[in-house]
Design a binder for this molecule. Structure first.
Ligand code: MN
Length: 333
């Protein structure tokens, strides 16, 4: 499973050329992020330029800060889209279920093509173009467009830049290779605008988000001599600040970024219990295994848990005791 970037470029070229006269829906994953929205629009624009009848559909609406990228394509929510005999191509979906059950049900023939970069992708479509070492789905599409001469005008270049920008953590993760920067250079030549993208994507936060951040920071506590840092959010925090769960995005980075902190914890009281996010910087601490002790799971450096029936006030110390014991055990190894 998985193919090389050059092979993906040829496969995407053949796919686009072979779809003339057909009707395509470009689907992305629920709660779409920059890479999802960017790759849906960019691929749709490449298809339209090749004479394919294409549009974009997502279960959820495009987040407000990304709507300026929707140009020259029809972008519908599941509610707005009525099945009309289109064939589905998914982008940035690690599994077909990420599309959402109801929307996926509008394509009884299954998924025609799957373009993605997630390591866990099980090749669920008829045509699978999965490049595991790619920094973003937009990275795969950009490489294909630039190497195979597919349409990459200024609007498309902005969309492709968006996905690489967001999936590489603003070019900070190890996925931001020299090859990625070479592609970015060409996208900028074609009209991508880093300053405009930074403003659109990262500098449009609501006042409510700032208020939510203030409340979260006020809850910060240090444990185990500063090696563990925790913070909390309650339902009242969202109500008071007029924010939603989407607005907690990035908050766990505050405790994680402090000198000396090895495990950052964000705990959140919901309807059914206490959910949490764990972030670390040393793979040896195995946060995936820590999350497993708290009814959760995830990756070595980023994991999540869900303690059903727990309340923050009554049970926070129990959760923190599990985190502390795990830290002591694994840091000693
Ligand atoms: Mn992605």
């Amino acid at each position: 499973m998985g193919i090389s970037m050059p092979a993906a470029g040829e496969a995407i070229r053949d796919l686009v050329k072979g779809l003339q006269g057909r009707k395509i829906a470009v689907l992305g994953h629920m709660r779409p992020d920059g890479d999802c929205v960017g790759s849906q629009i960019a691929l749709c624009r490449m298809l339209l330029a090749a004479g394919v009848d294409a549009l974009c559909v997502n279960r959820d609406r495009v987040p407000p800060n990304l709507t300026p990228y929707v140009e020259g394509v029809t972008f519908l929510t599941n509610e707005e889209y009525t099945a009309d005999g289109r064939e589905a191509i998914t982008v940035d979906c690690a599994d077909a279920s990420r599309v959402g059950t109801e929307l996926l049900g509008k394509f009884p023939g299954g998924v025609l093509a799957n373009i993605d970069h997630h390591a866990s992708n099980p090749d669920y479509a008829k045509i699978n173009i999965v490049v595991r070492e790619a920094a973003a789905t937009c990275h795969i599409l950009a490489d294909a467009a630039l190497s195979q001469g597919l349409t990459c005008d200024a609007i498309t270049a902005k969309c492709l830049h968006l996905g690489i920008l967001t999936d590489t953590g603003r070019f900070c993760y190890s996925s931001a290779t020299s090859g990625v920067f070479e592609i970015i250079a060409e996208l900028v030549r074609r009209g991508a605008n880093p300053a405009e993208a930074n403003f659109r994507v990262f500098e449009q936060e609501s006042r409510g988000k700032l208020e939510l951040t203030r409340r979260f920071l006020n809850s910060i506590r240090f444990h185990e001599d500063g090696k563990i840092c925790s913070g909390e959010l309650t339902p009242a925090d969202y109500v008071t600040t007029g924010t939603t769960k989407e607005d907690k995005e990035g908050l766990v980075e505050f405790p994680r970024s402090v000198e000396g902190v090895e495990i950052a914890v964000l705990m959140e009281e919901g309807k059914d219990g206490v959910r949490g996010s764990l972030r670390g910087r040393d793979p040896k601490l195995r946060l995936d295994l820590l999350a497993g002790k708290l009814n959760g799971g995830g990756h070595v450096l980023a994991a999540g848990f869900n303690m059903l029936g727990y309340k923050l006030e009554a049970d926070r110390e129990k959760i923190l005791a599990v985190v502390a014991a795990h830290y002591r055990e694994y840091s000693a190894r």
